[in-house]
Design a binder for this molecule. Sequence first.
Ligand SMILES: Cc1cc2nc3c(=O)[nH]c(=O)nc-3n(C[C@H](O)[C@H](O)[C@H](O)COP(=O)(O)O)c2cc1C
Length: 455
Amino acid sequence: MRQMILVAFLQAQNCTNFAASWRHPQSRTDSTTPEFYRDIARILEEGRFHIGFFDDRLAMPDMYGGNHEHAVEGGIRCVKMDPVTVLMTMGMCTERLGLGSTYSTTYYEPFHVARVFQTLDLMSNGRAAWNIVTSLNDGEAMNMGRVEVIEHDARYDRADEFMEIVLGHWNAWEADAILNDKAGNRFADPKKVHRLDYEGRYFRSRGPFTVPRSPQGHPVLIQAGQSGRGQRFAARWAEVVFVAYPTIEIARTEYASLKRQISEHGRDPDRVSVCALTHIVVAETRAEAEDRRALIDRLPTDLDQLSLLAEALNFDFATRGLDEPLTDADLAGMQGIQGIRDRVVEASGKRNPTPREFMHFSGRGLLHNPWVGSGADVADIMEEWFVTGACDGFVIAASHVPGAYADFVKYVVPELQRRGLHRTEYAGATLRENLGLEPPTPGLWHLPMPDGGHG
Ligand SMILES: Cc1cc2nc3c(=O)[nH]c(=O)nc-3n(C[C@H](O)[C@H](O)[C@H](O)COP(=O)(O)O)c2cc1C
């Protein structure tokens, strides 16, 4: 029987992706200690989650008002530790939980990323996954020594080359390359360790790669591009795709389209899992869950919303009054996630919405459209999405940590298991085995795009 994939949407920061989470009465205050992440990891493994996954961004939100003071004072995603290092602490107290993290193709070198994740894969006995992001905002660019803004589609062309290098290096050591022949003085067979000699338009990398193959071949590839170009990139490379679908109807259409694109790349769409982002507020009873939701809704501040809008749209909302309509030029200049701007214009019915309307209609900084109820209520919604062609699994975000995951494991997981929708035991030792993925096939990544080009 087909079973769902469960991913926890984690942040190595002072809050979850819901910035107000740190103000929740049950939020722990030790989010810069290993104990905090180990406790989360144990909860996730007890719930048989497939992956604990960290998102990442290489800057704090400091666009609003042109400085970081409000973000630091209000705790708006201002602490961001290196997620792979945090994953190691989680890997050391678990046996089967997959360990995933975002790393940027814009700000790191492919050799470095290949080495970091292949090392994590070896140190976790084959449980690593990498979320490939091309993301770019001004704060990240300034922190990482870049000034040039790379145009959207070109970022993905660059990322295609990045992937060819990373996968090339991951395939450098054949599975039986290491001999450990002490008497014969042969550590490894040089004929089975290959140099890449890659020279592309954007990147070059020679090799040979310095980290041998891992028990699952190489880390699992995750991608979360939402644009047309982003989806084509995901269809070519990803083994797990993260999506954010606003309704089940839209989800069914988009899911079918993504699966079609995967087939067009000559790949088996059943071997690529599409996981939908969701917030869940669950308790023993529906009434109790609704009370919890009411408490959560009181936590965000106007500044949370305005700061995160400024970060996402690369526009300083502090330069305008809360009820002052933005000008055509303001709107045209918004360079970040333009989908947010377009959604606000459409939903407000205003050509020139005010900052307050941006806050209201974007829902940014709020716990957006959570699924609220008892374990059975939430399982009903998840079941409907899963069995009616809306997704293969879920990326579950938290209103506070670790409590939101503890509640999910206590109330929803047993309900899903009773229905046969979620496993009671891990299928194997490696993440690939647990996701039902085949061992990686060297060379398959060379498949061209359907339009004949490489990207
Ligand atoms: C579940 C999920 C997790 C994501 N994690 C990250 C992340 O860690 N860092 C990031 O910059 N973008 C993240 N994104 C955003 C996407 O990777 C992507 O950058 C964004 O949707 C814009 O892509 P597009 O230009 O193809 O539309 C995430 C998206 C989703 C749905």
